[in-house]
Design a protein around this ligand. Structure first.
Ligand code: DC
Length: 236
């Protein structure tokens, strides 16, 4: 029998490529939670801006045009991932090109409030696990469980590199590492909701952890926090 976890909101934050989405997807599957990938929304807005010609070669963003178009933009999740209108954009939003523009786009305050609003609308009803950079600090400051994920920089770059290669891309490890460092810096130094650990978040360093160990770890945290004595039986 599965452990009976209450209808809570779980916020998962952390640096780029710490395995937040794999972890959150696994927890969602294990305990029947809705999984929401907030980074995908920022990536979707970035792809939309690039395709509209609002990011120039130097990376400058045409903010007035983006601001005017955002209210009509339809980004939503379906079973196969993020959609822009009818089109599934899950693959396009993961390219290095989108990754190289996403941090400046996500630092724009009106973009952040638009994404936050959408995330709240998607989460209505609760029982949600959401990953990102500011979920526990800004989007859901009252989330019942907050997790902050960290991992060694080289291990993170290798993970992202392997993910891209598996998708048929051929990036250079050095470029992936540089992009990761740059995003860490911009994400944690921007003015609006910078990436930081919420005071009440539990820190998970998964540099040397398997998925199974992550699941055992989170179960221990949940059992301790919610006083659940029942022994879980895991699918993983
Ligand atoms: O998790 P990810 O790498 O897909 O996120 C892409 C970018 O979006 C990341 O560099 C920072 C931004 N982001 C953010 O600012 N706030 C969030 N809650 C999620 C992502």
């Amino acid at each position: 029998m599965l452990m009976n976890i209450p209808d809570i909101i779980i916020a998962v934050d952390g640096f780029s490529s710490t395995g937040k989405s794999s972890f959150a997807k696994m927890v969602a599957k294990e305990f029947s939670f809705l999984y929401l990938d907030s980074g995908a929304m920022y990536r979707g807005v970035t792809l939309f801006s690039m395709e509209s010609g609002w990011i120039d070669a130097g990376g400058k963003i045409d903010e007035p045009s983006l601001k005017a178009a955002l209210p009509a933009l339809d980004l939503h999740f379906e079973a196969d991932g993020l959609h822009m209108g009818e089109r599934c954009i899950e693959k396009e939003i993961r390219t290095l090109e989108v990754s190289s523009h996403v941090s400046p786009v996500s630092a724009i305050p009106f973009v952040r409030s638009w994404v936050d609003e959408r995330l709240h609308a998607f989460s209505e009803g609760g029982r949600v696990i959401m990953d990102g950079r500011d979920i526990g600090t800004t989007v859901f400051p009252n989330a019942e469980l907050k997790i902050f994920m960290v991992a060694d920089e080289m291990v993170r770059a290798q993970r992202r590199y392997d993910e891209m290669v598996a998708k048929g891309e051929s990036p250079k490890l050095e470029d992936v590492l540089n992009n990761l460092k740059e995003r860490d810096y911009i994400d944690s130094h921007r003015e609006t909701s910078p990436l930081r650990k919420a005071d009440d978040a539990y820190v998970m360093d998964n540099t040397h952890m398997s998925f199974h160990e992550e699941l055992v770890w989170v179960l221990g945290v949940i059992q301790g926090k919610f006083g659940i004595l029942e022994a879980p039986s895991l699918k993983w």
